[in-house]
Design a protein around this ligand. Structure first.
Ligand code: UD1
Length: 416
């Protein structure tokens, strides 16, 4: 299994191009199932998760080709309606095919995701919404089996604003008979990107990006030719990399307006930003100042940036209190950061981080996608050599991470 070896202590400097968003690409690829024919998605990152989604669609009978950051999907010959356990267990977002399959073909059999490294992550809200839209949902040997002659519009309320739940139901509702209202919907930019793509397919959606989304179902949708938005989490991760190394980095192809909470928080820790026509410049201070943090659904501070922020706070001046409110088990990086000399204690969903003068390189284990990113950031600032094991998590979500860091002057090597 690949390892990443990083020699820390270098101020990052230069320009880096942000890739398309994984979390926008995955639902868009699933949306292609809503129409018959060839759809094209542009600006797609070359990532393991995208390939997994491709395999999932091929397994359904679709054509799937990735060429030069574009994906071409041909959904004219879908003949199976199942997302098997082997694929769902490696990528929870596989559940995004559930809504489109039931809406267009009247049936779907999707493996339950089960537990994952960052908590239980149920899909009850996805299922509740489909049931409200008239689908019959039952469990069969670890699979969700959903059937419906034709879905019908419904008023759905989410106890928690689930991102993929909102996306799944928005897709399903686009082909339902009548009007669907999703109340307390997720407002993430990826939801808006998906709504834009659905609208280009002929869907009638209002309110994406707000808490109430109204979808008027149509009889048929057509294939799309669209772009995915830049990855705000990759962008935030490189902001953190510049911040912790006292760097001076220009991030191109990013949408800073999707990162307001992250930018404002980083400013409070002493990071300077300069908006540029082609992106944003991020200048790290000599030493970061401690700052408290609470993760929240968008537009709050993203849980997907919590681990990276903790890496920053581990070397900041002062003590920070970091609360994780979205996932119950998302402090797996703490033990690894401690191995590098961080002073962090955890009580339930709250971590108290006492900033230390410096971290020291060590052997560490990547446990999930964003935890891996936080270890990379910590390693960039640590004295000496850090070896990050189990790199496949990082490869699920970051395109050419080490190449991009190297271009900024970092000493990074992938060992196969
Ligand atoms: C998406 C992102 C992930 C990010 C997360 C939160 C994708 C592919 N993944 O994941 O990177 O970390 O949003 O921003 O876009 N919940 C329920 N029942 C459900 C669904 C969710 O209780 O049916 C809970 C979850 O356990 C969690 C919260 O709702 O506590 C938010 O989860 P959700 O927004 O659904 O996360 P994902 O869509 O899986």
């Amino acid at each position: 299994m690949d390892k990443l070896v990083i020699k820390g202590g270098i101020r990052l400097k230069g320009e880096v191009e942000i890739s398309g968003a994984k979390n926008a690409a995955l639902p868009a690829i699933a949306a292609s199932l809503l129409a018959s024919g060839k759809s094209r998605l542009k600006g797609v990152p070359d990532l393991v998760d995208v390939k997994t989604m491709g395999r999932l669609l091929e397994n359904l009978g679709a054509g799937f080709q990735y060429v030069d950051s574009s994906v071409e999907i041909d959904t004219a010959k879908i003949r199976r309606f199942e997302a098997p356990y082997e694929l769902v267990k490696t990528m929870r977002a596989s559940v995004l095919v559930l809504g489109p399959l039931v809406a267009r073909f009247g049936r779907a059999r999707v493996s339950l995701p089960g537990g994952c490294a960052i908590g239980a992550r149920p899909i009850n809200l996805h299922l509740m919404g489909l049931e409200k839209m008239g689908a019959k949902v039952r469990l069969d040997k670890g699979y969700v089996v959903a059937t419906a002659k034709r879905l019908k519009g419904a008023h759905i309320y989410f106890d928690i604003p689930s991102v993929t739940g909102t996306e799944n139901l928005m897709m399903a509702a686009s082909l339902a008979k009548g009007t669907t209202i999703i109340d307390n919907a997720a407002r993430e930019p990826e939801v808006v990107n998906l709504a834009d793509i659905l609208v280009s397919m002929g869907a009638k959606i209002k309110g994406a990006g707000e808490s109430i989304i109204v979808i008027e179902g149509v009889d048929e949708l057509r294939p799309f030719d669209q772009y995915v938005i830049p990855d705000r989490i990759e962008c935030g991760t490189f902001m953190a990399a510049s911040a912790i190394t006292g760097g001076d980095v220009i991030l191109k192809n990013c949408r800073p307006e999707h990162l307001d909470a992250v930018v404002l928080k980083l400013k409070e820790t002493g990071v300077a930003f300069e908006p540029l026509s082609a992106g944003i410049r991020v200048i790290g201070p000599d030493r970061l100042e401690a700052n408290d943090l609470k993760t929240m659904p968008y537009p709050g501070f993203p849980t997907d940036m919590q681990a990276q922020f903790m890496a920053l706070m581990s070397v900041a001046r002062g003590t920070s209190v970091i609360q994780e409110t979205i996932f119950e088990n998302r402090f797996m990086h703490v033990a690894e950061l401690r191995r590098m000399g961080a002073d962090i204690s955890v009580q339930a969903a709250t971590a108290t981080v006492k900033g230390v003068r410096g971290l020291v390189g060590a052997d560490v284990m990547a446990t999930d996608l964003r935890a891996s990113a936080s270890l990379v950031i910590a390693a960039l600032a640590a004295k000496g050599k850090t070896t990050i094991h189990r790199l496949y998590h990082l490869d699920r979500g970051y395109e050419k991470m080490e190449e991009k860091l190297r271009r900024l002057g970092a000493i990074v090597e992938r060992v196969r």
